[in-house]
Write a protein of this length. Sequence first.
Length: 202
Amino acid sequence: MTASPTAAPEDPLVAALNAEYAAVFAYGLLGAHVPEPRRSQARQALDTHRVGRDWLRARITDAGGKPPPAAAAYATAPVTNEAQAAALAVTVELALVPRWADVTGAVTSQYRPFSSAQAQGCAVRAMSWGAAAQPFPGTAATAGAAASDSASPSGTDSASPSGTDSATPSGTDSASPSVVAPDGSNQVTDVIPPAPEEVVIP
């Protein structure tokens, strides 16, 4: 009896890179539909996602791989007002939290501080755009048990990302965050050859 073939799992760095491509595209779109100070918040998020994108491309290259290019376009829900723009920001940020968590489990210890900070930053930004608090990846079981014991609302769950995280957008925190950037990674070119297909943002 021959076992049926199964598809190889996607490399965590490649999966995160594709999600960062979508985030860069999304913030370029939604920034035009939000007023200040949220426009500055969107601009800062865009810069942070570009840093994350370039870092992932560098790590894939360092490992002997070839980073995939960005898609030519990414399909999104209609964005014509501030509420729709915020909803799109929540979507891309929440999609990236588990991607960066997976990267943290895949890279060596020297790179984990950066990748874990990216995951936390995405979670904080999602909440700043209106997402409900939720357990951080890897803490769902503990958070669920605590919630059932105390019947506390999710907004007070101890596993929720801290609002004082260094990647918190300046528009939502009194302290300006500093992007955790690897040495030289933010010097990677911003010009990425597009792929022909259209990708739907999850």
